[in-house]
Design a protein around this ligand. Structure first.
Ligand code: GLU
Length: 290
């Protein structure tokens, strides 16, 4: 289904570990949604947090995507090379007097029962390390999620845009890059649903047009209690079993897949799925991997 509106989607992995089955499902969902709308699918490597990164993981992720036939448009965007852009945005917000240093440690915040922004805002200088917060708390942000429908999220905290350790925060980089790359559709895992309201608030403050957001159900690990994630050491997907992995992932995305399809090439499987993809085939239930 082609439309006259340009569609620019993206997959934005963090290289804290190799691609696991849960991230394959997200990559595939956002790929199929983009392809079936005649859109572009961009790849952004969110390598912003060196202490949490695993050496070699970024290359392994790119190789796994290629092995599964998930080819992206244009060059990979590396967040580690975009610090100047994030600083420019911080400067813009500083000029509007929307940024303030926050010296609270996590334990202080816990003791206060939350972040005490008044205390931070009046503090003039401190020798300790500080985070930079965006003055943005208050009210709520509403949006229509492709799969979850109407969402209304209160904005309780002033978002941290630069961390105490000097690193740019995910919330800053993700919004700045989605704007800079002209992303029109953000399709990603439901673990990021709760961060969306604060991101929308930042889009508004920066005067940018909002993309559409869609959050895919999560793949839960054996036992069904935890989502598969790099933090839980989910195993890397086996690139030598790309066709089987794709077919299993298609099952998670609501397709009825015949065993014969698994014998096809990754290209054939992806074409088959692109031609049949319908958003309403996905429900909101997280599913367990057996
Ligand atoms: N880099 C984030 C992650 O791997 C995803 C960011 C996004 O899709 O907005 O969890």
């Amino acid at each position: 289904m082609k439309s006259s509106n340009p569609y620019i989607g993206r997959f934005a992995p963090s290289p804290s570990g190799p691609l696991h089955f849960g991230s394959l499902v997200c990559a595939l969902g956002s790929y199929l949604d983009a392809q079936s709308h005649g859109g572009q699918w961009l790849l952004r490597m969110e390598d912003l947090d060196p202490p949490r990164e695993e050496p070699g993981a970024a290359t392994r992720i790119l190789n796994s995507l290629e092995a599964h036939g998930l080819h992206w448009h244009g060059p990979v965007v590396w967040q580690s090379k975009r610090h100047a852009l994030y600083e420019e945005t911080l400067e813009q917000l500083r000029k509007k007097e929307l940024l303030y240093p926050c010296y609270c440690s996590r334990s202080q915040i816990r003791e206060n029962g939350g972040h005490d922004n008044l205390k931070c805002r009046v503090k003039i200088a401190d020798s300790g390390a500080c985070a930079l917060r965006l003055q943005c708390a208050g009210g709520e942000e509403a949006f229509i999620d492709i799969w979850r429908g109407k969402q209304c999220q209160p904005i309780r905290e002033d978002t941290i845009l630069k961390r105490r350790d000097g690193l740019h925060a995910y919330q800053l980089a993700v919004v700045v890059d989605d704007i800079a790359q002209g992303i029109t559709q953000v399709v990603r895992g439901a673990d990021l649903l709760d961060t969306t309201g604060a991101q929308i608030r930042l889009f508004h403050i920066l005067g940018a047009k909002l993309p559409t957001f869609g959050h895919l159900p999560l793949v839960m690990g054996p036992g069904g209690r935890q989502k598969l994630s790099k933090q839980n050491h989910a195993p890397a997907i086996d690139d030598n079993k790309a066709a089987v992995n794709l077919c299993t992932a298609l099952g998670f995305l609501g397709f009825h897949v015949s065993q014969a399809l698994e014998q096809g090439s990754t290209e054939h499987i992806l074409n088959w799925a692109t031609a049949r993809w319908q958003r309403h085939q996905i429900d909101n239930h997280d599913r367990q991997l057996h």
